[in-house]
Ligand binder design. Structure first.
Ligand SMILES: Cc1cc2nc3c(=O)[nH]c(=O)nc-3n(C[C@H](O)[C@H](O)[C@H](O)COP(=O)(O)OP(=O)(O)OC[C@H]3O[C@@H](n4cnc5c(N)ncnc54)[C@H](O)[C@@H]3O)c2cc1C
Length: 338
């Protein structure tokens, strides 16, 4: 068990959670951030990293993964502590304004306030039912990609037929020794232009399409993969020499433990007072996709504004005896400059 103490715990490292690190930091509020995924970025990185977003103010066009890199850089001067790959299971209140969060990895964090920026709930990858896959996970089998560089000059098997599988196959084809795409149908569920690009790279022999096949087994030792076995519908097995397997079978999303935290809910969303973003419990706030109120817009930019509203209200909890003077970042400056 590891224990920590901080001012504010942010549950969810999607865009709303990440921007809260910055907003809190500007108010001298210290933060710890927890996410179920092994990477930060929430839906942006887990579901559509290579897609351009057009409605972020002052960014006519920005890739979802780039937006997350920028948010991470903006938050970095405030030295947040990230606890990834673990789900918050329990929130308990020791005394008023004194909470404890407990995660699936037995991390306990004492804090004075909580922001729930949990999107549609905790993400978890849909794992292929392969024997011993857990021995390779995190070493040769990844369900999400943070840095492409690791795959340079490697043989990579991507499994799946949706946007993530196709987008990553196209992107990794530039740097890998060989990319194989294993899919059980000959049609891909992705944007038509991505499907055409995949076909073109296949014709150019930069990607090998292994269709219609399904994953059947893994070979290797000590977490290091040597080959991936695939099977067609007649039971014929084929062996693909591989350094990495990237299964992209979508993500399961579930509110999970959030349902048990005694908060007022409305159709699986957390009800908040939109003037403060506080939930039905003092000291617990909700922002981003998970928060609901009248005329709520589920957009990234809404989550950004909500994080500012929440952090300004949380200031009163963290510094109860200090008068709050509203200041612009231009007048107050930022640690990046100092
Ligand atoms: C394909 C697609 C395209 C989109 N395009 C746009 C667009 O162009 N413009 C736009 O504004 N929006 C767009 N969106 C919506 C946008 O991505 C969401 O509004 C945004 O991601 C919400 O951010 P968030 O931080 O609230 O939550 P999320 O991004 O959902 O992140 C929440 C995080 O919380 C974590 N979490 C949940 N429960 C727990 C728990 N108990 N413990 C630990 N971690 C937990 C999850 O694992 C997740 O990582 C798009 C969405 C999709 C799917």
């Amino acid at each position: 068990m590891t224990s920590h103490k901080t001012d504010l715990v942010i549950i969810g490292a999607g865009p709303a959670g990440l921007f809260s690190i910055f907003e809190a930091g500007m108010l001298k509020i210290k933060t710890h951030v927890i996410d179920t995924l092994e990477i930060i970025g929430g839906q942006c990185c887990a579901l559509y990293p290579e897609k351009p977003i057009y409605d972020i103010p002052a960014h006519p066009k920005v890739l979802a993964s780039e937006l997350i890199e920028l948010l991470e850089a903006q938050a970095a001067p405030f030295h947040p502590t990230y606890h990834l790959n673990q789900r918050v299971e329990k929130i308990s209140k020791a005394t008023v304004g004194d909470f404890e969060d407990e995660t699936s990895k037995n991390t306990k964090i004492k804090c004075k306030a909580i922001i729930i920026a949990a999107g549609c709930g905790a993400f978890g990858p849909n794992r292929p039912p392969l024997e011993n896959i857990e021995k390779f996970e995190g070493k040769s089998v990844f369900y999400s990609i943070r840095s492409k560089a690791e795959f340079t000059n490697k043989n990579v098997v991507i499994a799946g037929g949706g946007d993530s599988a196709v987008d990553w196959a196209i992107s990794l084809a530039e740097i890998c020794k060989k990319v194989y795409v294993v899919h059980r149908r000959d049609k891909f569920r992705c944007a038509p232009e991505s499907a055409s690009k995949l076909k073109q790279l296949h014709e150019e022999k930069k990607i090998e399409l292994v269709i219609p096949f399904q994953l059947d087994g893994l070979e290797g030792s000590n977490g290091k993969l040597s080959s991936v076995l695939v099977k067609d519908f007649d039971g014929n097995i084929k062996k693909i020499e591989a350094d990495y397997l990237l299964p992209f079978f979508g993500l399961a999303m579930e509110l999970g433990p959030i349902l048990d935290w005694n908060l007022n809910l409305n159709k699986n969303h957390i009800e908040v007072n939109p003037t403060t973003m506080q939930t039905s419990q003092n000291g617990i706030y909700a922002i981003g996709d998970i928060a609901t109120y009248q005329n709520k817009l589920k957009l990234i930019l809404t989550g950004f504004a909500e994080s500012a509203t929440a952090c300004h209200d949380i200031y009163k909890i963290i510094f109860p005896n200090q008068l709050f003077h509203f200041e612009y970042s231009t007048s107050k400056g930022s640690p990046i400059e100092s």
